[in-house]
Design a protein around this ligand. Structure first.
Ligand code: MEV
Length: 435
């Protein structure tokens, strides 16, 4: 294969022809890229214009978690996920907690930040006094860009000069805080920062004597500790029954607390613990067209804010009350991006009854906590594999091309047995050899 230029100028068929020629795909594999094209021409155009070098649509299942009670409101929460047991686990948890007061959640602030990173080769006092002189000009330069956002209650709320020269030679930041209302606001923030950077350079050129500002970059930060959601569940300890009857309620509460403490002291466990939280959060972010990469990066940084990576949840067990809390930064949006154009996201927003950003942050956090509660509860009782492999059984049957008759036999055989790929494979082979 040779290096190609101009691939993006090809139409979809030409791109597929190229791929067929230079890959291991045959003609019928290539035709599979047509299977998931939308039958609505407008939607199809929309997908094909969403990214560069488009070749087709990539379906993932969407399911719903029912009975999700958050601050006394009941939600049907759409999840997009490829993992078999995620919707089942969150649903079990949501129902369980709906009978114990539901989830509670709070968002205190939605402030986001971005920085202009630059060097200044003059002395620190002169950049400080230049900044004092022209900080209002920097803000004013964004007034056109912030006009609509200000009408929606957002805008720039502060601008600071930060001296970082002790960490890197001549390095400073202009640190800007933003309110972005119901938008995630990445494009808005980046446009304002680039404007501020260009005015910064112009002003310093007018004011300084041979001392120079050199812009390195201007970009929002996906570290959003001020967009924190607190989400918790709480009930009398004696009500912690019914998940599984292996343990008494007080044994369950004690083991649950120990498992969360382990996630707070051991990085190996903390990462997996937080992954279980993101099973729910990411499923909601995908369904609502939010940026899961930004959210994950920010949340994992938050999990290590004291210099050690920890679990994002804490348990308190008083004599009578079990309280389990998730604290996670989630900078989400319900307008902008693809939220109002992607046909499935539009349906998801309607299922959620058009939440504002704050409410969506609480829904995502509750979904994460629901998945995590289910995971821990299974881990400390039956283990995770019983439930997980039961849900995964249909994937195994599909992989083994099981017939409908074989599926019936397998389902009844494994109703009270541990599912594994090898066990199912052996069982199907034994059925087939008897035929
Ligand atoms: C699997 O997707 C998630 C778990 O590993 C989470 C956890 O261990 O807490 C079950």
């Amino acid at each position: 294969m040779s290096i190609i230029s101009g691939f993006s100028k090809f139409d979809r068929n030409q791109r597929l022809e190229f791929i067929e020629k230079f890959s291991e795909l045959n003609k019928s594999d290539i035709l599979r890229f047509n299977d998931c094209l939308s039958s609505y021409p407008n939607q199809q155009r929309l997908y094909s214009e969403m990214i560069e070098n488009y070749i087709g649509n990539f379906p993932l299942p969407i399911g719903v978690v029912t009975n999700m009670v958050i601050n006394d409101e009941i939600f049907i929460v759409p999840f997009v996920t490829e993992e078999s047991s995620v919707v089942a686990a969150a649903s079990k948890s949501a129902k369980y907690w709906s009978e114990r007061g539901g989830f509670r959640a709070r968002v205190d602030s939605m402030t986001k930040k971005g920085q202009v990173h630059f060097t200044w080769n003059g002395n620190p006092q002169s950049i400080q006094s230049l900044f004092l002189q022209f900080s209002n000009k920097l803000l004013d330069s964004c007034s056109e860009l912030t006009k609509k956002m200000r009408q929606r209650g957002g805008g720039i709320t502060s601008i600071l000069l930060i001296d970082k020269t002790k960490e890197l030679l001549n390095y400073y930041q202009i640190d800007v805080s933003f309110e972005t209302a119901d938008a995630m606001g990445a494009n808005f923030i980046n446009s304002c920062l680039e404007k501020i950077a260009s005015v910064l350079v112009n002003q310093s050129e007018l004011n300084a004597n041979g001392e120079r500002i050199e812009i390195i970059m201007s970009i929002l930060s996906n570290y959003t500790p001020e967009c924190k959601v607190n989400c918790w569940i709480e009930c009398p300890i004696e009500n912690l029954t019914g998940w599984n009857n292996n343990l008494t309620y007080s044994e369950f509460a004690t083991k649950f607390k120990q498992s969360v403490e382990i996630a707070n002291l051991d990085i190996s466990r903390a990462v997996t613990h937080n992954k279980g939280i993101f099973n729910g959060i990411d499923a909601v972010l995908l369904a609502t067209g939010n940026d899961y990469r930004a959210t994950e990066a920010g949340a994992h940084a938050y999990a290590s804010r004291i210099g050690q990576y920890k679990g994002l949840t804490t348990v308190t067990l008083t004599e009578k009350i079990f309280k389990y809390e998730l604290e996670v930064p989630l900078a989400l949006g319900t307008i902008g991006g693809i939220t109002q154009i992607h046909p499935m996201v539009k349906n998801v927003m309607a299922i959620l009854k058009y939440p504002d950003a704050k409410k969506l942050m609480m829904i995502a956090a509750a979904s994460g906590l629901a998945n995590n509660f289910a995971a821990i509860s299974s881990l400390i009782t039956t283990g995770i594999q019983t439930g997980h492999m039961k849900m995964h059984l249909s994937n195994i049957l599909n992989q083994l091309n099981a017939s409908s008759q074989e599926r019936v036999l397998v389902n009844s055989h494994f109703a009270d047995k541990t599912v594994s790929f090898t066990a199912v494979d052996d069982f199907i082979r034994s059925i087939r050899s008897e035929e």
